[in-house]
Ligand binder design. Sequence first.
Ligand SMILES: Nc1nc2c(ncn2[C@@H]2O[C@H](COP(=O)(O)OP(=O)(O)OP(=O)(O)O)[C@@H](O)[C@H]2O)c(=O)[nH]1
Length: 221
Amino acid sequence: MSDSEEDGQERQLKVVLIGDGASGKTSLATQFAQEAFGKQYKQTIGLDFFLKRITLPGNQNVTLQVWDIGGQTIGGKMLDKYVYGAQGVLLVYDITNSQSFENLEDWYSMVKKANQESDIQPVIALVGNKTDLEHMRMVKVDKHQRFCQENGLISQFVSAKTGDSVFLCFQRVSAEILGIKLNKAEMEQSQRVVKADIVNYSQETVARTVNPPRSSMCVVQ
Ligand SMILES: Nc1nc2c(ncn2[C@@H]2O[C@H](COP(=O)(O)OP(=O)(O)OP(=O)(O)O)[C@@H](O)[C@H]2O)c(=O)[nH]1
């Protein structure tokens, strides 16, 4: 193989998302890979895959194979196999749900168990999701930071809904896996992804007047 062909070879990294059901793993993966967010909750049965190519500093292209693992798989036979060989793990919880944080102990133990025979240990990030709901926060930032310090984890807060810090989260994990250092400017650039829903009030008012919402209709027979 020529040098140029070899240079063209890209790294593929396996990154798994685990954590309680409804903590927002699918939403994070969808926001990262497709830049989309759906409000409707659809439970992941087993697992889903997403692929996304990113460029890290130094023009290093890398394809992330994102494994979105359903929250109900905890305690199941397949979970070890899904996590085995992952270079990156995102331990995801919902900052408005303390139980989802408490349960991370179990998820984390399972990751350690799945990789105990492996030579390479994954880079692990603790990801507090739903920061757009800061006013409903139930898990103190202190608790989050302590968990990271005690276990040597990357710490990240994100909102899969607004997209805030989602790219940054995957970028930091990938860079750490490949031993690439991100500088402050690069981190800040990846953070600033804030989206807002645009509501067209004039059209909404017209639509509501012509077609009242179904839920408000009443049929008496
Ligand atoms: N406000 C807000 N809602 C979110 C956010 N992320 C996810 N959600 C909502 O939380 C619910 C659960 O999200 P999912 O992404 O399906 O959760 P999951 O962790 O994949 O759930 P399982 O498939 O059961 O493991 C959905 O209704 C999402 O719209 C967020 O950042 N902010």
